[in-house]
Write a protein that binds this ligand. Structure first.
Ligand code: HEM
Length: 137
């Protein structure tokens, strides 16, 4: 693994990106991310566009991996040990509509948690390019 990238392929430059510190704090640190992922998964299961992908999956496992992954993306003190994004999604047949639906469900959860719009966009800006690894049809 390249020292300059996270397992997700998202940039994680050394030295640490000090500009992300307030963003990680806006998310409430790791505890905030755990709580955010609970609402995110609730939304994914309530959304007819995303429910089919998640209803029979190991939701607790996915939430735990997402906490670590988002924590790393926000330059928090975490390690992501899950699958890379190509591997995790290759058999799911995710299309662009599914990807946008998931982003909307994340935005709803972030709004519920009163995460400032600026910090929401920092995260979304890092997730957006990952569509190349996640969308397969
Ligand atoms: C930027 C967008 C996305 C990110 C960052 C992301 C991240 C992740 C992560 C970290 C995992 C866990 C990997 C592991 O088990 O080690 C995962 C699994 C999964 N993701 Fe995503 N994901 C994204 C988009 C999507 C979309 C759009 C869908 C479907 C609409 C989706 C459906 C799933 C499912 C069903 C699993 C579990 C697969 C299994 O059971 O092995 N993901 N994702």
């Amino acid at each position: 693994q390249d020292a300059m990238t996270t397992p997700t392929g998202a940039p994680n430059p050394a030295p640490r990106d000090a500009s992300l510190k307030p963003v990680f704090d806006d998310f409430g640190g790791k505890a905030g991310l755990v709580s955010l992922m609970d609402d995110f998964m609730t939304n994914l299961l309530a959304d007819a566009r995303t429910r089919p992908y998640f209803e029979n999956a190991d939701q607790a496992h996915i939430k735990a991996e997402l906490v670590d992954q988002f924590c790393v993306i926000l330059d928090g003190p975490c390690t992501y040990t899950g699958k890379d994004m190509v591997q995790a999604h290759r058999n799911l047949g995710i299309d662009r509509a599914g990807f946008y639906a998931l982003v909307e469900d994340l935005q709803l959860a972030m709004n519920k948690h009163n995460i400032p719009f600026r910090s929401q966009n920092k995260l979304l800006g890092k997730l957006a390019p990952m569509h190349r690894e996640v969308v397969t049809k």
